[in-house]
Design a protein. Structure first.
Length: 277
């Protein structure tokens, strides 16, 4: 708990002006174990047994014990990141309201090296850098357009336009802030998606900052999450049917044993690859 106390209130810088700050954590690995055992007695199991139980829950997708742990973060991010973030609808959120507050003159300004070219293969993403001259021109245009937009915002406010309408000229590169409360099960789902290399680089940077706190607050759960979710995959029925004839069950068993898996883990893996009946 000393480590957890040290984490509370600490923050991780993200992008040029953003951050992820841990406000509160309710529960830890012990809470997950207690919920799974429906017992609040302490000292009845070893850390090794607790780790084995959490690992079992993770790989068999018994999710409710993970819902007993909750995290609250304070996040400062560009609106373009926040709009993606809020696609995850399982959290409780409270964002700065531009209806009530005058927004600060703070924008996400990527460096020329951070500007990506549009992918030719995927309309949704950027990949690779821009030519040097184009990158510097783009950087200048972004910075100037942000300055102009904020000047127009200020001018509208000075004319007496309501804040709720004046904000319409502000671009999605503007920084905003919000509180985000999420249980561990849904938080891990968020991280599975947003740590993936397909995710936009900017929200991936925030996911890495969130992960920094999660791995320290619930180290046993994080280890299992890395093993079975981040580092694992899922095959379709067709993929399994195509691969199964190529596999020798005895050789697979030996390979799993040599990898250090327990007897029960080996059997589970074999049941996936060579189901009975």
């Amino acid at each position: 708990m000393e480590t957890l106390a040290h984490l509370l209130g600490s923050s991780q810088p993200v992008l040029d002006k953003g951050f992820v700050r841990l406000i509160d954590v309710m529960g830890d690995d012990t809470r997950i174990v207690q919920a799974a055992r429906v017992s609040y007695g302490e000292g009845t199991k070893t850390v090794r047994e607790d780790a084995a139980l959490i690992d079992y829950l993770m790989r068999h997708r018994h999710t409710s014990p993970f819902e007993m742990v909750e995290f609250t973060f304070h996040i400062k991010a560009p609106i373009l990141v926040i709009r993606q973030w809020f696609r995850h609808r399982t959290a409780s959120v409270n964002e700065i309201s531009a209806r009530y507050s005058v927004m600060k003159d703070e924008f996400f300004l990527p460096s020329p090296a951070e500007l990506r070219a549009q992918s030719n293969k995927n309309k949704q993403v950027g990949e690779g850098g821009l030519p040097e001259e184009a990158a510097h021109q783009a950087h200048t245009r972004i910075a100037e357009s942000q300055q102009r937009a904020y000047q127009e915002y200020q001018a509208l406010l000075e004319l007496g336009v309501a804040r709720e309408l004046a904000r319409e000229v502000l671009p999605v590169g503007l920084y905003s802030e919000f509180y985000w409360k999420q249980n561990l099960h849904n938080l891990l789902h968020f991280l599975r998606l947003r740590l993936d290399w397909h995710a936009q680089a900017e929200i991936r940077a925030y996911a890495e900052a969130v992960a920094h706190f999660v791995r320290q607050a619930v180290p046993l759960a994080w280890t299992s999450f890395e093993e079975h979710v981040l580092g694992g995959t899922q095959l379709s029925r067709s993929e399994l049917e195509a691969l199964r004839p190529l596999l020798d069950q005895d050789k697979v068993r030996l390979a799993l044993k040599n990898a250090g898996l327990s007897t029960s883990r080996i059997q589970e893996a074999l049941d996936k690859l060579f189901p009975q009946g």
